[in-house]
Design a protein around this ligand. Structure first.
Ligand SMILES: Cc1cc2nc3c(=O)[nH]c(=O)nc-3n(C[C@H](O)[C@H](O)[C@H](O)COP(=O)(O)OP(=O)(O)OC[C@H]3O[C@@H](n4cnc5c(N)ncnc54)[C@H](O)[C@@H]3O)c2cc1C
Length: 237
C-alpha cells in the first residue's frame, strides 16, 4: 500500500470554514445576552431561551441538544417494540447533591418543552417512593422520568444490524479504521484487521497495552467512499 500524507477530514486544521470573515470563534457574554433575548422574543420564546441557556451554561454542542429529541423518539420506538427489546418502562431516577441540584433544575423547562414528563422529588419523597434507599441525608433533590426504561442493548444492536443488512448494508466487523485520506470525496479509508485476541486484551488490560505493534503485519483494507459518518464513540477523533 502506498502511504500518502494523512489528514483528519473532520475539522481540518481546527479552523471554522468562515474563519476569514470573523475575528474570533466564540461569543462574548454581551453577545450571548443578545442571543438569549432574541430567542425569548421568538415564536417559542420560553423553550428556545431555555434551550440556548442550557447549551451556554453547560457548554453543549448542537448535537447534544438534538440528543434530547432523539432520545424521546428512541423511547417511543422501544415502546412500539417492547417485547422484542425486552423494554421495561420503569422510569429513571436521577439523584443530586446540593451543588448539582440547582444546575439540574435549569434543564427541566427544556426537557418538559419536548413533552417529556419529569417529576421533581424532595429527599423525603424519594425515600417514600423508593423504600430501598435508607439513607438520603446527602440528597438535595431528584428527578424521576416515568417515560424512561431499560432494555436489552444486545437485542437492540442485533435488531439494528439485521435492519441495516436487510437494506443492503455490508458490515465489516473486526476492522479498525487507522486512516482517512482525501480533501474531498471520494475519501480513502484505511482499515486494519483486529484479532479477537487483541480485542480481548483491550477489554481486559486496557487500550494502551493492546496498542503495542503486532508481531506480524496485520491485514489492511482500503475502502473508497463519498461520505463518512464518524460514530466511534465519545472519544472519537
Ligand atoms: C458504564 C456505562 C454505563 C452506561 N449506562 C447507560 C445507560 O444505562 N443508559 C444509556 O442510555 N446509556 C448508558 N451509557 C452510555 C451509552 O453506553 C453510550 O451513550 C452509547 O454507547 C454511545 O453509543 P455510540 O454508538 O455513540 O458509541 P459506542 O457505543 O462507544 O460505539 C463506538 C464504536 O466505535 C468503535 N470504534 C472506535 N474507534 C474505532 C476505529 N478507529 N475503527 C473502527 N471502530 C472504532 C468502538 O469499538 C465502538 O464499538 C453508559 C455508558 C457507560 C460507559
Amino acid at each position: 500500500m502506498t502511504t500518502t500524507k494523512r489528514r483528519s477530514v473532520k475539522g481540518g486544521a481546527g479552523e471554522a470554514v468562515d474563519a476569514h470573515e470573523r475575528g474570533k470563534g466564540y461569543l462574548s457574554p454581551g453577545e450571548v445576552e443578545k442571543l438569549l433575548k432574541a430567542a425569548k422574543d421568538g415564536r417559542h420564546g420560553d423553550r428556545d431561551h431555555a434551550l440556548l441557556l442550557l447549551m451556554y451554561r453547560h457548554g453543549l454542542r448542537v448535537s447534544e441538544a438534538i440528543n434530547i429529541k432523539l432520545s424521546l423518539e428512541s423511547t417511543r420506538y422501544y415502546l412500539a417494540h417492547a417485547k422484542q427489546f425486552d423494554f421495561r418502562q420503569r422510569g429513571y431516577l436521577w439523584m443530586y447533591d446540593e451543588e448539582l441540584w440547582t444546575e439540574a433544575r435549569t434543564f427541566l423547562p427544556v426537557v418538559r418543552s419536548f413533552g417529556l414528563p419529569v417529576e421533581e422529588l424532595t429527599a423525603s419523597e424519594v425515600q417514600k417512593k423508593f423504600a430501598v434507599l435508607d439513607d438520603v441525608s446527602d440528597l438535595a433533590g431528584a428527578t424521576f422520568t416515568p417515560f424512561d426504561g431499560r432494555l436489552s442493548p444486545h437485542r437492540l444492536r442485533t435488531h439494528y444490524i439485521n435492519h441495516a443488512q436487510a437494506g443492503g448494508v455490508e458490515l465489516l466487523s473486526g476492522w479498525q479504521v487507522v486512516g482517512i485520506e482525501g480533501e474531498k470525496s471520494p475519501y480513502r479509508v484505511t482499515m486494519r484487521r483486529v484479532s479477537p485476541r487483541s480485542i480481548k486484551r483491550a477489554l481486559t488490560d486496557g487500550v494502551a497495552t493492546s496498542n503495542k505493534p503486532p508481531k506480524e503485519p496485520a491485514d489492511e483494507l482500503v475502502v473508497s467512499c463519498d461520505r463518512i459518518i464518524n460514530a466511534a464513540g465519545p472519544w472519537a477523533p
